[in-house]
Design a protein around this ligand. Structure first.
Ligand code: NAD
Ligand code: PRE
Length: 310
């Protein structure tokens, strides 16, 4: 009798094969989680690259071809494409198929995808809290999800077996799974991910609007904090446009609070109120230390948040 383990899924279809899709393809293949991995990419150039990279078994031009006979479909494109993709692939979906995604916002995804799925198809939205500023199929790597959180936001009434299977899949990719409501997800991510990106895009934009003489020195001396902002501000413009268009309420709420807090610091700088500045900076340093401690205890994130040794 053979002791070869059955893969978790017979056929996984990845709709969109950029940073996240190609990382999923690589990790799924490396860990033997699917009998077959197929993808959908619109351009021939991308399809050629993906086949050359050898990360999938087949790649199709249209979603309806790609999802044929798949038992797991994962949307890995910018979130504004989800409604059209769900509509396009729905005629090929069979009862029992699981549809998931990796989108950075969740309430809009449920709104956009859910109505297009036929009865009996299980929808389990997800979001790996892992990424880089790079995009495209060459940017992916198999270890991306290792030791990172993956948040699942199953709608009320989600099939328990489908939820358990997606949980097992992400855990097999090395992630830690947390389940929450899409509303809670969007609020938390608005402050931990979306606002930081908005601030990075702003500060780098502000620096590039300076007079020419100052601009040259911005580039020359951007070795510290500013350089970190430029990394984040290099993230994909389409993906991030879609995040802000689809998490408007939560981002605006966090932005309002942020602006108020910034005004307090602005006032302290103006009036030389050192105690206010010091108090705030001490509190934030404690928060950072708490995050690192939780990380080292294995309760926050199994990977170093950064490599600065703090
Ligand atoms: N980059 C990150 O850090 C990160 C992290 C977690 C989740 N996400 C989410 O993952 C998703 C994909 O992001 P990414 O970083 O992999 O982006 P990416 O730009 O690297 O890849 C997206 C791919 O989708 C393709 N695409 C766009 N529209 C398509 C369509 N209609 N049909 C088929 N393919 C299409 C693009 O050509 C591109 O190859 C987004 O929804 C994003 O919110 C990104
Ligand atoms: O590390 C990065 O470059 C990221 O921006 C990753 C990051 C994040 O903000 O943490 C970006 C978007 C996601 O939806 C999830 C993860």
């Amino acid at each position: 009798m053979s002791d070869t383990k059955e893969p978790l899924f017979n056929r996984i279809a990845l709709i969109g094969i950029g940073l996240i899709g190609s990382s999923l393809a690589r990790a799924t293949k490396q860990r033997g989680l699917a009998g077959e991995i197929v993808a959908c990419a619109r351009s021939k150039a991308t399809r050629d690259i993906v086949m050359e990279l050898g990360i999938v078994d087949a790649v199709y031009e249209t979603p309806v071809e790609a999802v044929q006979d798949a038992d797991l479909i994962i949307l890995c494109t910018p979130v504004s494409t989800y409604a059209d993709l769900a509509q396009a692939m729905s005629p090929a979906l069979k009862p029992g198929t699981i549809v998931s995604d990796v989108g950075s916002v969740k309430e809009s995804v449920i709104r956009d995808v859910g109505p297009h799925l036929p009865d009996g198809v299980h929808f389990v939205p997800g979001h790996p809290i892992a990424g880089t500023e790079h995009s495209g199929p060459e940017a992916g790597f198999a270890e991306l999800f290792d030791g990172r959180w993956c948040i699942l936001t199953p709608p009320v009434g989600t099939n328990a077996a489908a939820l358990a299977k997606i949980t097992t899949y992400w855990e097999a990719l090395g992630s830690m799974v947390e389940i929450m409501t899409p509303h809670h997800h969007d609020k938390v991510l608005a402050i931990t991910s979306h606002l930081p990106h908005l601030i990075a895009y702003t500060i780098v934009g502000t620096a590039t609007d300076l007079e020419e003489s100052q601009q040259a020195d911005v580039v020359k001396f951007s070795a510290g904090g500013f350089r970190d902002f430029t990394r984040i501000a290099a993230s994909d413009p389409i993906m991030w446009r879609d995040v802000f268009l689809n998490n408007r309420e939560a981002v605006l709420e966090m932005l309002q609070r942020f602006s108020e807090d910034l005004s307090v610091l602005q006032r302290a700088v103006r009036w030389g109120e050192g105690d206010i500045l010091e108090d705030r900076f001490r509190k934030t340093r404690d928060i950072r230390r708490g995050i690192v401690d939780a990380h080292q205890a294995g309760t926050f994130d199994a990977r170093e948040p950064d490599n600065d040794g703090n």
